[in-house]
Design a protein around this ligand. Sequence first.
Ligand code: SF4
Length: 186
Amino acid sequence: MAQSPCVNCGQCTVYCPTGALREKSEIDAVWEAILDPDKHVIVQEAPAIRVSLGEEFGLPLGSITAKKMYAALRKIGFDAIMDTNFTADLTIMEEGTECVAKLKAGEKRPLITSCSPGWIKFMETYYPDLADCVSTAKSPMSMFGVLSKTYYAQEHGIDPAKIVSVAVMPCQDRLGRSDALHCQKV
Ligand code: SF4
C-alpha cells in the first residue's frame, strides 16, 4: 500500500462491479460510545445533510430538515449537536490569513484549497511540484475534530479522552445517492 498510487478517494467503493470493495461502517462503534455512560459523544453534521436527509424520507426536493434532524440526534442520545458550518468559517479564516501572508511575501500563487483529503493526497502524489500552492488548512470536519478535543473540552471541563467526536458527512453510498446515515468517527 505504501507504493500504491491510491489516493483514498473512495470512488472504487461506489463503482466496484462485484461488491468486493465496500465502505466501512462505524455505526456500531458510534452506538457503543453513546451507550457508554463514561463517554461524551459529540456529533457534527455537514450543511448538505439537512437537505439530503429529507430526500431519504421522501420529502419534496430541497426540504430543509435541520430541526427534525437535531431532535432525532438528541433522541438517539448524542450529548452535543454541532454544525460543521462553524468550522467552515474557521477554515475560511485560516485560508484567508494564509492567502494574505502569501501575497505579502510575494510567494508562489495561486493558493489552492479543498476539503477533500483524497484531493489533497492526489495533489501530493501526482503534482508534488505544486505543493507550495496547496493550503495547509485542515478541512472543516477535521478542524471540528481537533476543536472538540481541545477548545470544547476545556470550555466544558471534560477530559478529552472521554470525548468521542462523530461526523455525519455527505459521502456517496454504493447507489450513488447522498448518504446521510453513514457516520464517520474522528
Ligand atoms: S484512488 Fe480512489 S478509486 Fe482508486 S483505489 Fe484508491 S480509493 Fe479506490
